[in-house]
Write a protein that binds this ligand. Structure first.
Ligand code: SIN
Ligand code: MN
Length: 202
């Protein structure tokens, strides 16, 4: 298959990687994940409610509460996480550049006012394994920074069907989502954005 790749701040961005049909299939698969393991608003260790809602698929899921950020074998309500759907695993196998399958697919749902502050993904054991991110639904302004806090950042609008691979020097770079263009995509009938991140955890 033919696709484009652009590099920004060491992040590999594949614009328009997923066809509209594949995106719709993935949304249906994400709805199944959320019906087995409902979306919840994580609480940060300092006690603030995150604006995104989250759930996970895979052997472990990412959770946050007053005890801290971590991966857990069960959802906060006690159920196991559903398996990572093949529609999503295929993207990892095609683009991650690693032999290992991911342990976790974190599902982030952004409503109109949701955002995600600049942060590093560092709750995993092996930073030689990439994190792969899939965008579905409304456009999001994605900011990419540096490994150290501060310094110049670059931003791109991620659109539905775009894939980003954070590997190599970008693996520990700060990144976040400043805002959505709510209603910009027809993929989700009520608007909003789904971001999927695939991670090897240990
Ligand atoms: C994340 O860093 O977990 C999410 C990034 C995104 O929503 O694009
Ligand atoms: Mn992240």
């Amino acid at each position: 298959m033919d696709f484009n790749r652009v590099q920004v701040q060491g992040f590999d961005i594949y614009p328009d990687y997923l066809s509209p049909d594949v995106q719709s299939r993935m949304v249906a698969d994400v709805r199944l994940i959320a019906s087995a393991a409902p979306l919840f608003h994580p609480i940060t260790p300092s006690g603030r409610k995150m604006s995104v809602r989250m759930t996970s698929a895979g052997r472990v899921g990412w959770v946050s509460d007053r005890r801290g950020y971590r991966y857990d074998r069960v959802h906060p309500d006690g159920m196991s996480w559903p398996p990572i759907p093949d529609s999503i695993l295929t993207v990892w196998r095609d683009l991650s550049g690693t032999e290992r399958d991911p342990d976790c697919c974190l599902v982030n749902f952004y409503g109109e006012a949701a955002r995600m502050g600049l942060h590093q993904d560092k709750d995993e054991q092996d930073f030689s394994q990439p994190v792969l991110s899939i965008s579905l639904g409304d456009d999001a302004l994605f900011r990419m920074g540096n490994v150290e806090r501060g310094g110049p950042t670059k931003s791109v609008w991620l659109r539905s069907g775009d894939v980003v691979v954070m590997g190599g020097e970008a693996r520990l770079r700060h990144h976040g989502v400043d805002r959505l263009r709510f209603g910009s995509s027809p993929l989700l009938p009520n608007g909003g954005r789904i971001n999927l991140t695939l991670r090897v955890v240990d």
